[in-house]
Design a protein around this ligand. Structure first.
Ligand code: ZN
Ligand code: FE
Length: 261
């Protein structure tokens, strides 16, 4: 019998989403920045923690790990190149994680940019993407450690995943991201529709995450930096002096966003 897996959205802090993947009995926590929030969700759903998955070293993603390990001594999967003390299984690009309790396999994708070691997890059967602070709904993470060129390569890898992949990012930044997206592509009809739909979700107190990768490719400017309309807008708004290479266009878009909101 094939088990059915579900995903719980666990809000934490101001705008973080922690994720719990479970089969009704066992649970895996993704980026548990806040142990209390995870423990409350586990208790509420009568779940046993069996592993922790980390995408990168920032405190809002790993802060709950010590307390969770005091609660249950479980394996901690995380990026080999992000120096996280609690990690027991250090992961690289191309690695595959098998979580036997859930009969779940996840492929590891190196996505440097936000941090240098940042990784994403992709479930090739379910088409779930856990991408931390790399790809956001309508946006992308800030470049704290990596270059624009690295981030563009990382986003290209994620954009190559199947269109029906669900993007489980780690923050509810969608509306402010889409405000910027509309500044970049005011004529994009799918983007205009998306803004209305996502605003309605937020007004109803619903998360906008996960989002569909196909919709990200249609509306997220950071997946669209090679589109003629986006490049033309960068020129028209004097964000670039003249046509340059793809990475420079992407870099200009990221800098514009940093100053926009
Ligand atoms: Zn972060
Ligand atoms: Fe974060």
């Amino acid at each position: 019998m094939k088990n059915t897996l579900s995903i719980l959205n666990v809000p934490a802090f101001d705008d973080n989403y922690l994720w719990i993947i479970h089969d009704g009995k066992y649970a895996v926590a993704v980026d548990p920045g806040d142990a209390d929030a995870i423990l409350a969700a586990l208790a509420q759903h009568h779940l046993v923690l069996s592993a922790i998955l980390l995408t990168h070293h920032h405190a809002d993603h790993i802060g709950g790990v010590p307390a969770l390990l005091r609660h249950a001594a479980v394996p901690v999967y995380g990026p080999a190149n992000d120096n996280i003390a609690a990690v027991t299984h250090a992961l690289h690009q191309g690695d595959s994680v098998h979580l036997p309790e859930l009969n779940l396999t996840l492929d590891v994708i190196a996505v440097p940019g936000h941090t240098l070691g940042h990784i994403a997890y992709f479930a090739p059967v379910q088409h779930w993407l856990f991408c931390g602070d790399t790809l956001f709904a309508g946006g992308c993470g800030r470049l704290f450690e990596g270059t624009a060129s690295q981030m563009l390569d990382s986003l290209d890898k994620l954009a190559a995943l199947p269109d029906d992949s669900l993007v489980y990012c780690a923050h509810e930044y969608t509306l402010s991201n889409l405000r910027f997206a509309l500044e970049v592509e005011p004529e994009n009809a799918l983007l205009q529709q998306r803004m209305i739909a996502e605003q309605a979700k937020r007004q109803d107190g619903l998360p906008t995450v996960p989002s569909l990768l196909k919709l990200e490719k249609q509306t997220n400017p950071f997946l669209r930096s090679r589109e003629a309309a986006v490049v033309a807008r960068l020129l028209a708004c004097e964000k670039i002096p003249a046509l340059q290479d793809d990475a420079s266009h992407f870099a200009a878009l990221r800098v514009w966003k940093n100053h926009y909101a």
